[in-house]
Design a binder for this molecule. Structure first.
Ligand code: 5U1
Length: 681
């Protein structure tokens, strides 16, 4: 066999390893996927022609073996440790103090000087992977820390795990430890597929990762979107000078990355407790934006010599600690189910819960979304349930705790009459949501409509909070949004807990809101499915309130982003006599809607943003995101919330996070505020 074939095969393998490294580890691919596929196919073809040249570390050999009947046990040569936890600053200070005490180091001015690394604590499964002479030999789960399960065949299917290390300066034996996890996007896609196929969905990314890794058939694991981040080493032998690894944890992680192993890019060096806490706060704030689930931060003493002096207690090192985030899921019990009526009459079932501390606050109400969801999750009053509160998202009941229902409980039924006004409840076929048919006769809908009218992105009436609106409606001081402008300081001051000053301030705020932009006014009216963007498009297209009010279905369809359903909602809204009455009352009360100046159509055509899709992320230096959005919409752009191949520009400010990464990956043009202003002219 010509040695040139062997050489060609080896070159292809090296190219594929390099490109996989650029893609999976550095997140910086330098060839298109199609080119990678072409190289891969070329290698497959050559290996098929020359089966004797196939080696187990070839990129084509990820799914090699047939299904197992059981996992073998593997004894860890060096135990896999776990971590002690802290939940607050006080306990973190105590951890840091213990380190000072053990190392005989004084705190300077009561503050810590210890150098730590701070890293996200991924919510997955711990794994140990052994390389010998750069080749992946085996991978084992943590198990009880001493003995784990041999999951080599499954770990080999993870594209981010190198079958052969890069370069040639790695130690002869290198065990790396890390976390196998399922990124959120992969988890969502996997569950979507399971749902479509009528299969059982995974409860969360952690369970999905565990279930995927513990498959006896590696071909199944290969279809699951699993990733790995390495966070430490186990046994290390041979290599240049000592074991060839650096003398700080941070640098060792950089070395691992250099060997082709994936390491989380959020890992930072910090000094002392204060910077640990600043890191914790920063990541906690960005937790929901990160592409993977995390449940806290791990701090590790950075200096390996100090780590060695500190040693271990039981199964946990003295030199590391996990600072846990408030749990996002907790167990509670459904005490009752109530039904809330929204602005558009939508009736939402809400679970009243035994109070539970979750996501950093005490939660006693959680949405059940709609009856379909209740049936799907089979939730009943009396059930023990998992409650989830992630970030600022409304708490929800995720599922019933399996096996917790000890006796038969009746199914929850939708009401036949609105709980607020008694009007009939209707459920249109094909819609998940049931609605009160009372319209503005219904006090709940009225209150919600008024809250929306007063909200920041609508008329922005300062001092008119939700509770006050409910009180005003309840006491029948107002019946519709126009009545707001008839309120006097005296009438307001007579309300419970309303001082004279607040009353006067509210009257002033109402007066100040009397010259709204057309788009804000349209948005404030609360027409179904007319959000800020649609309102802005309507304003730009029709320019006057009268023109929008009298617009016809067909001409509405011509407006950007308006389809048949929204067009019909708009027509219906302006056909209701009571809506026209309220608008007339508002105008009579002195509301002066600012019309949109007539623009030269070529002006929009010439705009760099006309017809372009823009996403905004991060904190901009001078504009709020809302202001930037208004400007972009006015220039003819469409502003959306998530990055896709259809996005033309990402307007990125400080702390741009995952959207910036995604934009860069998809080749979306990233601009800053200054560039936006330049482009707006
Ligand atoms: N990021 C990170 N997660 N994690 C988990 N580092 C880390 N270190 C761990 C564990 C169990 O253990 C160390 C003691 C190596």
């Amino acid at each position: 066999m010509p040695s040139s074939i062997k050489k060609q095969i080896e070159t292809l393998r090296e190219q594929l390893r390099y490109h996989a490294y650029q893609y999976y580890v550095l997140d910086d691919p330098d060839i298109p996927d199609a080119e990678y596929d072409r190289l891969y196919k070329q290698l497959v073809a050559l290996e098929e022609e020359h089966p004797d040249l196939v080696t187990s570390d070839s990129p084509t050999q990820r799914v090699g073996s047939s299904p197992l009947t059981a996992f073998e046990q593997i004894q860890h040569q060096m135990p896999m440790l776990s971590l002690d936890n802290v939940f607050n600053e006080e306990d973190l200070q105590a951890f840091d103090q213990r380190i000072h005490d053990r190392l005989n180091i004084d705190r300077v001015d009561g503050d810590s000087e210890i150098g730590y690394t701070a890293e996200p604590k991924l919510d997955g499964l711990a794994i140990s992977i052994r390389y010998e002479d750069g080749e992946l030999i085996y991978a084992a789960t943590r198990g009880d820390g001493t003995t784990g399960e041999n999951v080599t065949q499954n770990i080999r299917t993870l594209q981010s795990v190198p079958l052969r290390l890069l370069g040639d300066d790695y130690p002869q034996v290198l065990e790396v430890r890390g976390e196998v996890f399922m990124p959120k996007a992969g988890f969502d896609a996997l569950n979507k597929k399971a749902k479509q196929a009528g299969e059982k969905e995974f409860v969360n990314p952690r369970n999905a990762a565990a279930g995927s890794l513990r498959q006896l058939d590696p071909a199944i694991t290969a279809t699951r979107p699993l990733s790995l981040y390495c966070y430490s080493t186990g046994i290390v032998e041979g290599g240049a000078e000592g074991n060839g690894l650096a003398d700080t944890h941070y640098e060792i992680l950089q070395q691992l990355k250099g060997f082709g192993l994936p390491v989380c890019s959020e890992i930072k060096k910090v000094s002392g407790v204060k910077s640990c806490l600043a890191y914790y706060e920063d990541i906690l704030k960005r937790r929901d934006e990160l592409p993977y689930d995390i449940d806290g931060i791990v701090y590790k003493v950075n200096d390996i010599a100090l780590q060695n002096r500190l040693g271990f207690v039981a199964r946990a090192p003295r030199w590391a600690i996990a600072h846990k985030f408030p749990a996002q899921e907790e167990v509670s019990r459904v005490v009752e189910v109530d039904f809330q009526v929204g602005r558009t009459g939508a009736i939402t079932p809400v679970a009243r819960l035994e109070p539970v501390f979750v996501g950093g606050v005490t939660v006693s109400n959680a949405t059940l979304h709609n009856m379909d969801e209740i049936r799907r999750k089979d939730i009943r009053v009396g059930d023990q349930v998992i409650v989830r509160r992630a970030g600022d998202v409304i708490p929800e009941v995720v599922r019933v705790v399996p096996g917790s229902r000890k006796k038969q409980l009746p199914e929850i039924q939708m009401l036949s009459a609105c709980p607020v006004c008694g009007s009939a409840v209707e459920q249109i076929e094909g819609e998940a949501v049931a609605r009160c048919t009372g319209g503005l006769y219904c006090k709940a809908q009225r209150a919600e409509a008024i809250k929306h009218f007063a909200s920041r992105k609508a008329m922005d009436i300062d001092g008119l909070g939700d509770k006050l609106v409910e009180l005003l409606v309840e006491q029948e001081l107002i019946h519709d949004v126009a009545d707001l402008y008839q309120l006097t300081a005296e009438a307001l001051a007579s309300l419970e807990r309303m001082g004279e000053k607040s009353a006067a301030n509210l009257v002033a705020a109402l007066a100040a809101s009397k010259r709204p932009k057309l788009s804000r006014f349209i948005y404030a009216l609360g027409i179904r499915e007319v959000g800020e963007t649609t309102a802005m498009n309507l304003a730009n297209e029709f320019r006057t309130l009268k023109a929008i009010q009298t617009s016809e279905y067909e001409s509405l369809l011509e407006v950007q982003d308006i389809g048949p359903i929204v067009a019909q909602h708009i027509v219906n809204f302006f056909q209701q006599p009571h809506n026209i009455e309220v608008i007339d009352k508002l105008l009579a009360a002195g509301i002066e809607v600012q019309e949109v100046e007539k623009r030269d159509p070529s002006e929009l055509e010439n705009s760099d943003f006309a017809g372009k899709t823009v996403v905004i992320t991060g904190t901009l230096p001078t504009f709020s995101r809302g202001e930037a959005k208004d400007r972009l919409l006015a220039a003819g752009a469409k502003v959306t919330g998530s990055i896709s191949v259809k996005t033309d520009f990402l307007l990125a400010g400080d702390k741009a996070g995952s959207k910036l990464n995604k934009a860069e990956k998809l080749g979306v043009t990233v601009i800053d505020e200054a560039t936006m202003l330049e482009m707006l002219g």
